[in-house]
Design a protein. Structure first.
Lengths: 117, 113
């Protein structure tokens, strides 16, 4: 089982360029999330999806767009990259909402390191 | 404001020693709390999950406690190993269906030989 796979692992952009990060999960999970992690700060939720065809804003959505056309894929797009978007991006998925009690667990990808010059 | 505060920010211990990491939260309504381990350059991996009614849960050498009244949790690591060197993140999940959660900034643990 691959779990959650993120591509690319590393990317360097110039200010104003656009790019898309791809997250793929093979666990048939309903929920998918995109986070960013900056030094000295906890993971912050950018956008999330509760099912195919749905997306919702998280804590820090500005400057990002997402799409969930297929259940197994969750794409994060940067239309016009800015240096403030230099970060490590993590995708995660879960079988149920993270707020439900029980054994559901967020499964994270290995991360995508993005540098915007 | 929903917050999760972890302490200490960093910790260095010798191999074989025990240590305890703290997590205080103000998240409401509360659903459950999880501790994650994040190795350098990797994504976080779940260690334990604590629901409102649980006080203690163990996973090998890791033991998590939860006091829902004082809104505090701790992660105790017994007989530390070099492979325990990582960042330990406390995550509190809100009692909603939208998967909302608040992450702590993490405690960086370094285990030295």
């Amino acid at each position: 089982n691959a779990g959650v796979t993120q591509t690319p692992k590393f990317r360097v952009l110039k200010t104003g360029q656009s790019m898309t990060l791809l997250c793929a999960q093979d666990m048939n999970h309903e929920y998918m999330y995109w986070y960013r992690q900056d030094p000295g700060m906890g993971l912050r939720l950018i956008h999330y999806s509760v099912g195919e065809g749905t997306t919702a804003k998280g804590e820090v959505p500005d400057g990002y767009n997402v799409s969930r056309l297929k259940k197994q894929n969750f794409l994060l797009g940067l239309e016009s990259a800015a240096p403030s978007q230099t970060s490590v991006y993590f995708c995660a998925s879960s079988s149920l909402a993270g707020g439900s009690s029980g054994a559901n667990v967020l499964t994270f990808g290995a991360g995508s390191r993005l540098t915007v010059l | 404001k929903n917050q999760v505060e972890q302490s200490p920010q960093s910790l260095i211990i010798l191999e074989g020693k025990n240590c305890t990491l703290q997590c205080n939260y103000t998240v409401s309504p509360f659903s459950n709390l999880r501790w994650y381990k994040q190795d350098t350059g990797r994504g976080p991996v779940s260690l334990t999950i604590m629901t409102f009614s649980e006080n203690t849960k163990s996973n090998g050498r890791y033991t998590a406690t939860l006091d829902a009244d004082t809104k505090q949790s701790s992660l105790h690591i017994t007989a530390s190993q070099l492979s325990d060197s990582a960042s330990y993140i406390c995550v509190v999940f809100h009692n909603t269906n939208a998967g909302k959660s608040t992450f702590g900034d993490g405690t960086t643990l370094t285990v030295k030989p």
